[in-house]
Design a protein around this ligand. Structure first.
Ligand SMILES: NC(=O)c1ccc[n+]([C@@H]2O[C@H](COP(=O)([O-])OP(=O)(O)OC[C@H]3O[C@@H](n4cnc5c(N)ncnc54)[C@H](OP(=O)(O)O)[C@@H]3O)[C@@H](O)[C@H]2O)c1
Length: 314
């Protein structure tokens, strides 16, 4: 039995569909009745529970041989909430899995979780990774770069303003290169890592080309057949914004830390480990954007960086 925690995330839904298509017995850990009904209708078993509820985790792990965790809350409205999900929640799931005799645990971490950089997410993922490494279970840790589409992605960064006005707001002079990777490739690599028998697999996941944010914006414009005007935002504006964000909401502040990291360092890695897990070349940005815009006309603002920046901590 496979347990997929974070099944409702972009990659999670694809992982569950893939496991079910392979006729693998699959249970999901989800938090709402609607999600229980949605996954049961697909043929999965559903366990309802939050990673903060140890008893629910024990029930979810019973009879499971492989756990796949995609659980995360990057832009939570407080630092404590991010930490309680990404760090403590994943560590609690690792503990419950080890106690239940789970053989293999696949953790979706994040690129550069092994580096000391300002985004809190990286420290939280590092904490979860450490808990897994020390658990004694066979493991795979996957560290993807930014997704091409989805909740926090290339499209989430520049899509809505290009779709509506042909404008892209980019830190001046530009970001450093980012190895955008598709949700479908992340999901396929997760399934491959779950079925792999290497006892301590750690792989960075990046797409076949590393693009700056301005290059990504132009590619997005080309797919939409739109000329893109790049508005280069001076760094003093983004640092002012970061200070304002810090007072309003942790999620907005964390996003500014992440954008500053992209401007200073990028978010890139070699495509080799992804290629090896997938057994093929990872999908390029253009192909992923064409597939996305074949079914999407306008990305809602709430699913973009603007949605995160406009949140307020309660
Ligand atoms: N987006 C990127 O570019 C990127 C890059 C590197 C790594 N990642 C990692 O990939 C994973 C999925 O990312 P995403 O962008 O698709 O994020 P997402 O849509 O926010 O998905 C997060 C998942 O975690 C679940 N979750 C959150 N809090 C939970 C809790 N307390 N208990 C149980 N489940 C909980 C969510 O369930 P609900 O539906 O119930 O909220 C959802 O299924 C995350 O771990 C993220 O850190 C993302």
């Amino acid at each position: 039995m496979f347990l997929v925690a974070g099944a409702s995330s972009g990659p999670g839904q694809l992982v569950v569909a893939d496991l079910l298509a392979r006729k693998m017995p699959t249970r999901v850990l989800v938090r709402s009745d609607a999600q229980v009904a949605q996954f049961e209708a697909l043929g999965a078993e559903a366990a309802k529970g939050d990673v903060g509820d140890e008893a629910a985790l024990v029930r979810a792990c019973a009879g499971v041989s492989t756990v796949i965790s995609l659980v995360g809350r990057h832009f939570a409205d407080t630092r404590e909430r991010l930490w309680s999900v990404d760090a403590l929640g994943n560590a609690a799931l690792v503990r419950a899995a080890a106690a239940a005799g789970v053989k293999r645990f696949v953790l979706l971490s994040a690129l550069w979780a092994d580096r000391e950089l300002p985004p809190v997410l990286l420290a939280a993922k590092r904490y979860a990774e450490q808990a897994l490494v020390e658990s004694g279970m066979s493991y795979a840790i996957l560290r993807p770069s930014t997704f091409t589409t989805g909740a926090s992605s290339l499209v989430g960064a520049v899509g809505p303003s290009i779709e509506r006005w042909g404008l892209a707001f980019i830190p001046r002079p530009d970001s450093q290169p980012i190895s955008f990777i598709t949700l479908a490739d992340v999901a396929a690599a997760i399934v491959a890592a779950a079925l792999d028998d290497r006892p301590s697999l750690v792989a960075e996941l990046g797409g076949p080309e590393a693009l700056t944010m301005a290059e990504g914006a132009r590619r997005l414009g080309a797919v939409l057949n739109k000329k893109v005007r790049i508005v280069r935002v001076p760094r003093f504006v983004s640092s002012l914004w970061r200070r304002v964000a810090r007072r309003r909401s942790f999620g907005a502040y964390e996003l500014m830390l992440f954008l500053d990291m992209l401007a200073d360092h990028g978010y890139h890695c070699d495509a080799g480990p992804a290629r090896q897990l997938l057994g093929r070349e990872p999908t390029g940005v253009d192909e992923a954007l064409r597939a996305y815009y074949a079914t999407t006309k306008l990305t809602p603002w709430r699913e973009s960086n603007v949605g995160v920046l406009s949140t307020r901590s309660k």
